[in-house]
Design a protein around this ligand. Sequence first.
Ligand code: FMN
Length: 210
Amino acid sequence: MPIRPDLPHPEFGEPVSAAQESEETLRLLARRRSTPVAVISEPGPARADLEAIIRLAARAPDHRKLGPWRFVVFEGGARQQLGHIFADARQAHEAHTEADLAEARALPLRSPAIVMVISAPVDDPKQTPVWEQELSAGAVCQNLLIAAAASGWAANWITEWPAFDPGVATRLGLSASERIAGFIYLGTAATEPVERQRPDLSERLLFWGD
Ligand SMILES: Cc1cc2nc3c(=O)[nH]c(=O)nc-3n(C[C@H](O)[C@H](O)[C@H](O)COP(=O)(O)O)c2cc1C
């Protein structure tokens, strides 16, 4: 049963669109901004909303259809559990203070829901490079930001130290080849973000041959 029956859920082999003009999508992309996590507050998406957003995010390009990523959602009390995992991992570091542990515990409480995107490269006999598989996880994260924004939710893709901490990875059940691509914090913007500085495209765009 589709989670959002009003959205298309194409079956395998069903004709879909190569292109579909959408002024609204262009406008969303032109104005979408991450919301600083400090101002992401309640309410957060309901579970069905989250599932719909994740389903859309997972429609990311993925060489050889390996699906080299997975998701873990933390909402409600699970955020406290994640905070304890962060603090336990932080405690295992030689140098830590009580303040460090309290800060670690509080990290996941900053927004009502967090989607952890895990890059899970497959040991592909046909040799899809791990780099390509990791890029696909990044595409999933960006799709998630867009689907969240289009669903009316503020979002921010954050890594911070827990995404790189081996103790966090072990405690969250990641395998040796898996990595945390990001924690996508989701909720409602207490204040609207403002536009940030954007990289100067003129230094980054070349039309070959011009
Ligand atoms: C992979 C990745 C990791 C990030 N990790 C952090 C982080 O740990 N802390 C942080 O303040 N911002 C982090 N950011 C940046 C925020 O997501 C930032 O809000 C965003 O890049 C703003 O751009 P936007 O408004 O165009 O989305 C990260 C971004 C990416 C792509």
